[in-house]
Design a protein around this ligand. Structure first.
Ligand code: FAD
Length: 480
């Protein structure tokens, strides 16, 4: 590998390699120093598209599995190196903001630019991408595109798939592809979507161009309402959204989930949080529609200053990750999440079905210290539900995933699919929802397996991600 890249671009330290074999799905075992899976052979840090192409050519020729990564905030096993002697291809040193264009309203970055850095640079110029995932301080542009990420302001600005104008990627064998930046095209299917959400299983994303918007926080209006039933909150936001309003933040928290966010104000109720944003006329019109909506519904009003304060402290940087690690070690206690999407008409039923099944079927229900959910991204046809579960581990650390995380995740995914929803709203399939990927796509799974077989015929890109790895078969044979 040092013949392809500079020696300092190759990391083989034992500690680094162990840490690179997992992601946050295994955060509990990792904090206890347990790394049972294959450990990668090396981590390589390309500095250019040419470096990436050289590595992917070498890997394809030598049938070496490559696991792309950037910000390392993945939560679903996308970074796990499940094949012996994998190479981890880390784009975090490709970290230049290449251009900011305030006329054509686009910014272009290399894959390793942290979103926080891009946003800080843009906001100093009165601009924003509108992208604000909770992982903004750590996540980088390549990973954000590869996972089809979504941010807290999605109802106004959309998910990353609505923001990407064009991008450059390298495919197995070293083939560099650039999708140019144009306002719209009808030149066949939208090929950006082959790459957006591909989770490192088809290609390596090297460069991304996203849209820009004006940043006008002075117009923001913050709202909080307490309502008696989760279904009442969902019905209220459904009415607002389907009427055509687009608050940037649009959330409904169940009381259990609200307790951990709004302990001082939730009064045992469900909490609806809304932010009106944009040019003054638009923000005022959205705010007026919110006032009118709740005037006709039973509710208690929350001080908007408290909602603003909560929102400004929502994101997770390294400090919160470190605090979580310390707490996991001290208390044998942790939290995980599973996010799905569903049509409006089934959202409240799905919430009740999941809560009911977990309480009655999960053998370790007594170890749950919190089980709740919120809706945080809404659309004309439906919404997401983000289930949140915390538990105390009364097993050995090694058993945490099998005894707690997997069974809880399975109930949520099964219920979402049973109700016709999607098993994954924004964290990606990773390696832990692959068991349901055929059921998720039905007859359209043919399209997905054909993409894998066509673009990665030797199965060297992030094997076991999106498409399950069948025992004894290569990634492409597994795709079927
Ligand atoms: C505290 C916390 C909060 C989060 N909040 C949100 C949220 O609000 N919204 C949301 O959508 N997600 C959220 N996530 C999940 C995660 O942060 C996002 O999915 C993020 O987009 C991952 O970006 P990353 O740079 O960290 O990617 P990584 O973790 O490095 O990689 C993620 C996946 O993308 C692939 N990948 C990475 N870089 C590339 C590349 N250059 N080319 C091809 N494939 C690549 C990897 O192989 C992996 O499968 C959160 C995670 C944490 C830990």
């Amino acid at each position: 590998m040092t013949e392809l890249l500079k020696p300092e671009a190759v990391e083989t330290g034992a500690g680094q390699l162990k840490a690179a074999s997992v992601d946050r799905f295994r955060k509990y075992t990792a904090v206890h120093g347990i790394y049972d899976g294959p450990i990668p052979a090396a981590i390589v840090y390309p500095e250019s598209t040419a470096d990436v192409a050289a590595v992917l050519r070498f890997a394809d020729e030598n049938l070496i599995n490559v696991v792309p990564r950037t910000g390392r905030t993945a939560t679903e096993g996308g970074l796990e190196t499940v094949v012996e002697d994998s190479l981890v291809l880390d784009g975090s040193r490709m970290n230049a903001i290449l251009s900011i264009d305030p006329v054509d309203m686009m910014a272009t970055t290399q894959c390793g630019v942290r979103l926080q850095e891009l946003e800080d640079t843009l906001r100093a110029q009165g601009l924003t991408t509108g992208h604000s995932p909770q992982s903004k301080p750590l996540a980088q542009m390549g990973g954000l595109v590869a996972t089809r990420s979504i941010g807290q302001l999605s109802t106004l600005y959309g998910g990353i798939e609505d923001m990407v104008v064009g991008l450059e990627s390298v495919f197995p064998g070293g083939k560099v592809t650039r999708i140019k930046n144009v306002p719209r095209r009808a030149a066949g299917p939208d090929i950006r979507h082959i790459i957006i959400g591909s989770e490192g299983a088809l290609c390596f994303i090297t460069e991304v161009t996203v849209k820009l918007f004006r940043h006008q926080p002075e117009n923001n209006r913050y709202f909080g309402f307490l309502v008696d039933e989760f279904a009442h909150g969902i019905a209220a936001v459904r009415e607002l959204i389907t009427a055509g309003y687009r608050p940037s933040v649009c959330r409904v928290y169940s009381p259990e989930d609200a307790r951990q966010h709004f302990a001082d104000l939730y009064q045992g109720k469900n909490v609806v949080v809304l932010i009106a944003e944009g040019p003054k006329g638009l923000a005022d019109a959205t705010a007026a529609a919110i006032e009118e909506l709740f005037a006709g519904r039973p509710h208690r009003r929350v001080d908007s200053g408290l909602i603003r304060q909560w929102f400004e402290n929502l994101n997770w940087g390294q400090d919160k990750i470190d605090a979580e690690r310390a707490a996991m070690l001290e208390n044998a206690h942790l939290g995980f999440t599973t996010e799905i999407s569903v049509d409006w008409s089934r959202a409240s039923d799905l919430f009740e079905a999941v809560m009911g099944r977990i309480r009655s079927e999960f053998p370790r229900a007594g170890d749950l210290t919190m089980l709740g959910a919120h809706s945080s991204h809404s659309y004309q046809t439906g919404t997401n539900l983000y289930f949140v579960y915390d538990y105390t581990i009364n097993s050995s650390p090694r058993e945490e995933i099998e005894v707690y995380h997997k069974p809880l995740n399975a109930i949520i995914v099964e219920e979402a699919l049973r109700m016709g929803g999607s098993m994954v709203h924004h964290h990606g399939v990773g390696k832990y929802r692959t068991a349901w990927v055929r059921q998720e796509h039905g007859s359209a799974y043919y399209l997905l397996s054909t993409l894998k077989n066509t673009f990665d015929p030797n199965g060297v890109m992030n094997a076991g991600t999106i498409i399950p790895l069948e025992p004894g078969l290569s990634a492409c044979e597994s795709a079927g």
